[in-house]
Design a binder for this molecule. Sequence first.
Ligand code: H2U
Length: 350
Amino acid sequence: MQEFKSTEHQHVRYNPLKDEWVLVSPHRCLRPWSGQTEAEPEEQPPDPMNPLLPGATRSSGQRNPQYTSTYVFPNDFPALLERVPEPPPSEHPLFRSSAAKGTCRVMCFHPDSTMTIPLMTVDEILAVINEWINQLTELGRKYTWVQIFENKGAIMGCSNPHPHCQIWASSYLPNEPRVKERCQKEYYIKFKRPMLVDYVQQELINKDRIVIQNTEWVALVPYWAVWPYETMVLPVNGKPQRLTDLNDNQKRDLADIMKKLNIKYDNLFKCSFPYSMGFHGAPTGPSKTASDSPHWLLHAIYLPPLLRSATVKKFMVGYEMLAQSQRDLTPEQAAQKLRECDDVHYKNKK
Ligand code: H2U
């Protein structure tokens, strides 16, 4: 029998954050591709009618101010509202419902529609981070979960190329953070240390999955990554539970590593790299205090869909929908490819 090689031989890996397994099948990278390709993402000329522009009138009839940095407004088509009637108590355990209240906001990162995080300056990204912290401070007083997320690229269903994110605050803990809450708590009770603090320590020793690092943060392809070039950005110093816990050095270095990681992403397939990204930290709400969730470690997650090129994405369909997630290249191979990408954005190369 041959010796096991993770780059050649299929295996399953465990994700302790979500209590899930992923099938890693690196030999599938050799498969020729004759399936669907996406249209080459085109550089669209900026739309003068773009409702996210400074001074534009939005669908609601409201006019945006002539903003020069970030700008937050209530989503004109919110999935969550603050004042709605509650469903009646469930009468059967198989038909449960519960109240869901909340609010949705849109946050523009920059007045220029052609800007993206990798093209912005560190100071401009820092302004975005500071506004995320303001939003989390305000909404976190009232709501159990504040999900900050950026959908980037038409392939991810993003409706507008203007640099922006969304903020959905809810009275309930959504599924993804609910599982992470349980798993990190169980680990903390068992080992008396935060799971992700232990995890970062191991990754810093191992180094195989690290893409980029600065004084305060590390960006890595997690051991259990599902999407081909999925990454996590984790703090290397202290144990911030939420964005609101970050000190000035951590904020600036977060801006720095976000820029550098996104330059590598864009350089990988020479395109504005699509993804959904967001932050996960300890739950919030009126009963929460600054240090009440020692089992949590704040982290950012990037979930990009591309697999082979700017036009060939990973399809999470058949086996993934019916059995469990499967990936092709190994997380270590993905990290190496990202590490090898240039640190200068291809658009800024002479
Ligand atoms: P994406 O991040 O998926 O592109 O969504 C943009 C959001 O902006 C979307 O949720 C909101 C949409 O409801 N929007 C407004 O609130 N007002 C507008 O005039 C345009 C878009």
